[in-house]
Ligand binder design. Structure first.
Ligand code: SF4
Length: 438
């Protein structure tokens, strides 16, 4: 059972407290999870995001100019609410514009690309300059019995994000990530397996593998993402293994054999971005709609109940009415189980920011609304397929949780346990059912 941060023992108050606020994608979330563990293991007490703390860590996003702006707003808001706290800023915005972060936000520590692994040490050093010892003497002695080094205390959820890969070499024209995170590199398989075993021991039921471009895993050492997945399935017994977003163009259909394991969640998030080939070319995506459609057909012929989700950008520069309609027709035909819709927003430093044919905001908004409505229909249609069947649910709270193929189910159960639910109907955000206690 997860232990909530608010349930931490009283003596933890003697440790310097740290709150972590995360903006942006699942990779950032997995890095924040890792920071939480490292701060916890180093003797800090975790408090919920945005609560008053001795140290506020902000893990920023820079995916669009709006991402930068939001990151600055969060930093400034936290600074106003906690004027005495030490502000530590990391993540992609800190990597791309460290000087801007420092001058515009008054951050005490800015840990960009090269320093992010040293975040805890940098923060501890700045605290020491303020006369705060980390870890406190009393906690150090208690640490011996390991009672406070629990991972699940640091990250109190049912699933843990584990980063297996970082960086990207592909340079899609709208994307700043290769500049913010550098070249593609992989976390050694033994480190990934060690983290997953620890998660298992701590009671997590599900691990989500994250990476910026996971299909490139192992390219530098001649191994592959499929080999990593197989290694994890063989060397761990975590109940559920889920993949976060994974690029379609290097997804090897041979990996689908691995889904013979029921532990691998039937859920793939394959970013399409557009269903129109001319738009895809301008985005510098390395597939056309035909290749993408063939991949989806292969997946569905092997694993019919795979939930396929995607990302789509609405109003990419030069997207004419015909291009958008072509894209929409293709997206409709793909019958996605859900779509994350991003209204195009130029990111300075990318090629797309200077492309001609900027689509007016009103039209970008209209297009994103049409895509969102398609997403709603897709979610409903996918959930409807479950009605009358029995599904395995991982409860996130007493009211419900998720199936492996990512349908939210409303049913009463015990948090952080897996159980069977008879799906009786649709709910606003998924399905509803009755636990069968088998
Ligand atoms: S594959 Fe394209 S969208 Fe994905 S991180 Fe690399 S550059 Fe960005």
């Amino acid at each position: 059972m997860p232990v909530l941060v608010s349930e931490l023992p009283m003596e933890s108050a003697e440790r310097p407290s740290v709150s972590i606020v995360t903006l942006g994608c699942k990779v950032n979330q997995s890095e924040s999870d890792a920071y939480a563990q490292r701060f916890n293991d180093a003797g800090f007490a975790l408090v919920p995001a945005e609560e008053p703390a001795d140290v506020c860590v902000i893990n920023t996003c820079t995916v669009t100019n709006v991402g930068d702006q939001k990151s600055r707003q969060v930093i400034q808001r936290l600074h106003r609410a906690n004027p005495d706290a030490l502000l530590a800023v990391t993540g992609c915005y800190a990597a791309v514009a460290p000087q801007q972060v420092e001058s515009l936000t008054g951050a005490d520590v800015v840990a960009g690309l090269a320093q992010k692994d040293e975040l805890v040490a940098l923060v501890s050093q700045r605290l020491a300059e303020r006369g705060v010892r980390v870890p406190p003497r009393r906690w150090q002695s208690e640490q011996r019995d390991q009672s406070d080094s629990s991972l699940i205390r640091a990250v109190p959820r049912t699933r843990l994000n584990v980063k297996v890969q970082d960086g990207c070499n592909d340079f899609c024209t709208y994307c700043i990530v290769p500049f913010a995170r550098g070249r593609a590199r992989s976390v050694p398989a033994e480190d990934v397996i060690r983290q997953i075993r620890r998660a298992e021991e701590e009671g997590y039921q599900e691990v989500v593998l994250t990476g910026v471009n996971m299909t490139t895993y192992g390219a530098e050492s001649g191994t592959s993402f499929g080999a990593l997945l197989e290694g994890i399935l063989n060397a761990t017994s975590v109940k559920r293994l889920r993949l976060s977003s994974i690029e379609p163009f290097k997804f090897d259909p041979a990996w689908l054999d691995l889904w013979s394991s029921e532990r691998l969640c039937r859920h793939l998030h394959l970013p399409l971005q557009s269903g129109c080939d001319a738009t895809l070319l301008r985005m510098r995506r390395r597939y056309d709609s035909c290749a993408y459609g063939e991949l989806i057909a292969k997946i569905r012929s092997r694993i019919p109940d795979m939930a396929v989700w995607t990302d789509v950008i609405a109003g990419f520069p030069g997207e004419t009415e015909q291009e958008f309609e072509r894209s929409l027709t293709f997206i409709e035909a793909m019958r996605f189980a859900g779509i994350h819709v991003f209204r195009f927003s130029p990111r300075s430093g990318t090629r797309a920011a200077n492309m001609p044919g900027r689509v007016p905001e009103r039209i970008r908004k209209e297009r994103s609304e049409r895509l969102l409505s398609l997403s709603q229909q897709g979610k409903r249609a996918f959930a409807a397929r479950l009605v009358g069947t029995t599904a395995s649910v991982l409860w996130e709270d007493t009211q419900g949780g998720l199936t492996d193929n990512y349908v939210r189910v409303r049913a009463n159960g015990i948090p952080n346990t897996l159980g069977s639910v008879l799906i009786t109907g649709l709910a606003e955000d998924g399905a509803e059912g009755v636990a069968t206690h088998d």
